[in-house]
Design a protein around this ligand. Sequence first.
Ligand SMILES: [Zn+2]
Length: 332
Amino acid sequence: MKISQQSLFKPFRKIANMGGGQAVILLYHRVIDLKPDPQELCVSPQHFREQLLFLKENYYLISAEEFADHLKNKRRFRPKSVLITFDDGYFDNFLYALPLLEESEAQAVFYITTSKLNTDEELWWDDLERIFIDRRSKPAALTLHVDGAKRRYDVRAESVLWKLYYELQNELRFSSPDKIDNVVDQLRKWSATPQKGRPSHRMLSYEELKKMAGSSSAVIGCHTHRHPALGMLPAGQQHQEIQQSKEILEDLLGKTISHFSYPFGARKFLGDKRYYNHDTIRIARELNFDMVCANYFGQVHRRSNRYVLPRMPVRDWGVDVFKEKMKEFFKG
Ligand SMILES: [Zn+2]
């Protein structure tokens, strides 16, 4: 008999939840109207506004400080507690998300990847997107030098191009930052794509980030320097990636950064591929973060491990769909 993971863990989850109310952490990336959006990272400002209003009326929007305090002191959560979080640090977090949060007197934690802050460059998955989606004609032959081997592709057919796009997305997300930079660089040269990115895909500027940090609707956390799958790196490199983003933000903002989220952060693994591992969790503890978010389905209760918290990704849903999703998120 096949038992699903969900049903297998149900009794344990029930026991774990008995000691107090449950909370849910929502995961957003961008608030902006943008098409195409192949990674499904964008929620339109209109939908975000509706979602906030709905949360305000039907749930308890908890602050980051209060949330961490419940976990540290194993204090029972208020029923229907919801914490809003954002990953990566796109400019629209300041331009669109922050004003809407302020208008609703809500707060979110913004986890920032620091390597492309204050530049006109894009993060690697966006670079990959514009290289492949851009309709300008490209040379029919592509040669990539990867891991010491030569790979040759004939990309005249559009279907081949799309297949390659998804293959590279999957491969690079488990690769070292140096390999990612190297492959994207080769692709950029092949397609004559400039290093300068699209203004629609830039990260926050230092000024924007400082203004955000001054708002009571934003708490700034870190999300590594170059956004690697930490679980694929030796412990020393993991430490450096996390520490570097923490320090850059602390120097810029003049305050201690006590929140962190794992890049990608899912628990679903492909073979020996890992987004984070035991070393990652140990390092997060050593760096003294108040709480650390991952990215898998689950509710938070007062005895949850505050270094691997579950989160629920939110998509560009209208309020009717969002309402149903919120029910599912709390069901467990
Ligand atoms: Zn991320």
